[in-house]
Design a protein around this ligand. Structure first.
Ligand code: IPE
Ligand code: IPE
Ligand code: MG
Length: 241
């Protein structure tokens, strides 16, 4: 084994042969990360943005084609207004940085969720970042004011508005915010909870799951590669043999 203590140690730092094409991430645990350090929850969100930048870059460098991250849910409005405003301001500021990075790296940005109730300038920024990057190959989807149930209702209502009276699975899939990028192959959730919290419920039908206790601001390359290795070992049957 030479300088490596075990085969596992060697593997963890290398990419497996099979990678998920589309990775979705529930970035949870920012508040607890801050609390553990005696910091305000907002400090966890700031650190979380840095982790987000790093992990997204690691995914694309590894060879993943699409990354879909959960940044703010339709239920997160229940939090104290000061925290909600802080998160939205962080996201708003980050949009500017993100679009520049995406342009450099060949990544198409999409914001998924109901943007209509967000501040007008933020909506403008979202529209601009999507337009500016629309010609690029890789996909980064950021879920802001996103909820799976709301997304499915929105899809069905848009079909009704078009006069549809009988709706197929393909119809619904075609009207989801994720229609252009399809379903995730792997869903990662940090922060220890084993639940979807209203994220990509339709799209998750045949996704593989990777749950870790690691809090989002602590999530790094080692954790990401562990998730990739677990994914690579899975035999996906999609109901067949
Ligand atoms: C995830 O971290 C970020 C958002 C939901 C916006 P949390 O803020 O939920 O952190 P915990 O789960 O309370 O630790
Ligand atoms: C899910 O985390 C939402 C995001 C990561 C944006 P939450 O912290 O809101 O989920 P619950 O409340 O623990 O289910
Ligand atoms: Mg949480």
């Amino acid at each position: 084994m030479g300088i490596f203590s075990s085969k596992n140690h060697l593997n963890e730092n290398m990419l497996p042969e099979t990678l998920p094409g589309h990775v979705a991430i529930i970035m949870d645990g920012n508040g607890r990360w801050a609390k553990k350090r005696g910091l305000p929850r907002t400090a966890g969100h700031s650190k979380g943005v840095k982790t987000f930048e790093d992990v997204v870059e690691m995914c694309f460098t590894a060879g993943v084609n699409t990354v879909t991250v959960y940044a703010f849910s339709t239920e997160n409005w229940k939090r104290p207004d000061s925290e909600v405003q802080y998160i939205l301001k962080l996201l708003d500021e980050y949009l500017d940085i993100c679009v520049e990075k995406c342009l450099k790296k060949g990544i198409r940005m999409r914001i998924i969720g109901d943007r209509s109730i967000l501040p007008a300038e933020m909506i403008q920024k979202m529209n601009d970042s999507e337009e500016k990057t629309a010609h690029l190959h890789y996909n980064l989807n950021v879920a802001i004011n996103y909820g799976s149930r709301a997304e499915i209702c929105h899809a069905v209502n848009s079909l009704i508005a078009d006069g549809k009276t009988e709706i197929t699975e393909a119809d619904i899939s075609s009207r989801l915010y994720t229609a252009p990028v399809g379903d995730p192959d792997l869903i990662i959730r940090t922060g220890g909870e084993i639940r979807l919290s209203n994220y990509l419920m339709w799209q998750a039908s045949y996704a593989e799951f990777y749950f870790t206790d690691t809090l989002w601001p602590d999530f790094g390359k080692k954790d990401l590669y562990k998730a990739f290795h677990k994914f690579a070992k899975t035999h996906r049957r999609f109901g067949g043999l």
